[in-house]
Ligand binder design. Structure first.
Ligand SMILES: CC(C)(COP(=O)(O)OP(=O)(O)OC[C@H]1O[C@@H](n2cnc3c(N)ncnc32)[C@H](O)[C@@H]1OP(=O)(O)O)[C@@H](O)C(=O)NCCC(=O)NCCS
Length: 157
């Protein structure tokens, strides 16, 4: 299958909201995403497959920190490396913008997402008790960008 990464555009908002409803029990609405298009701190990327929106990821740039708002992949397109591709894309942007870190919140029971973030070196830096619907904990995870690639450099020396 041929996938293409693109920036989020207004005409994609309804498809984005539909994907969001498919992926989350408490989804963001189309209006919330529309607001993001007018938020100068927000950056969104989508993945298209034959013009169908099949994945997205968002980030807010706040001072020298990137806050990942969400990442989601259509169930029929999971385990094809799309989330990996999106995160790599955002890590490149973060490095270019000279950010110090990328941070996100994830449900403590969301093992696929936790494994995904760990793959890139995100570490748990905090815990918000009963953060989701008053019953599920949120893990706060951070990727410190000054550590990215360091291990490789050490091996070369
Ligand atoms: C989490 C999610 C974004 C992963 O997307 P994906 O495109 O399937 O992920 P990738 O194919 O890029 O996988 C990257 C890595 O993540 C981990 N991973 C992904 N899905 C996994 C699963 N079901 N179980 C365990 N690990 C998983 C693996 O380490 C994987 O690497 P590998 O394939 O080499 O083993 C997707 O399952 C999803 O949209 N879930 C619902 C929405 C959600 O929970 N978003 C995260 C909110 S914080």
């Amino acid at each position: 299958m041929k996938y293409q990464v693109a920036s989020l555009k207004k005409e994609m908002l309804s498809d984005l909201a539909a994907l969001e409803r498919l992926c989350f029990s408490v989804p963001w609405s189309e209006n919330m995403f529309a607001g993001e298009l007018n938020n100068p701190a927000a950056m969104y990327r989508v993945v298209l497959c034959e013009e169908k929106l099949v994945a997205y990821m968002g980030m807010w740039l706040v001072a020298d920190e990137g806050q990942i708002t969400n990442v989601a992949v259509h169930p029929n397109h999971r385990r094809h490396g799309l989330a990996k591709q999106l995160i790599e894309n955002f890590i490149d942007i973060a490095k270019r913008e000279e950010l110090a870190s990328l941070t996100l919140e994830v449900r403590a029971g969301n093992q696929p997402a936790i494994s995904l973030y760990q793959h890139f070196g995100f570490r748990q830096v905090g815990l918000r008790k009963n953060y989701y619907e008053g019953k599920e904990d949120a893990l706060l995870m951070t990727l410190f960008l000054n550590e990215v690639g360091q291990e490789k450099g050490e091996k070369q020396n």
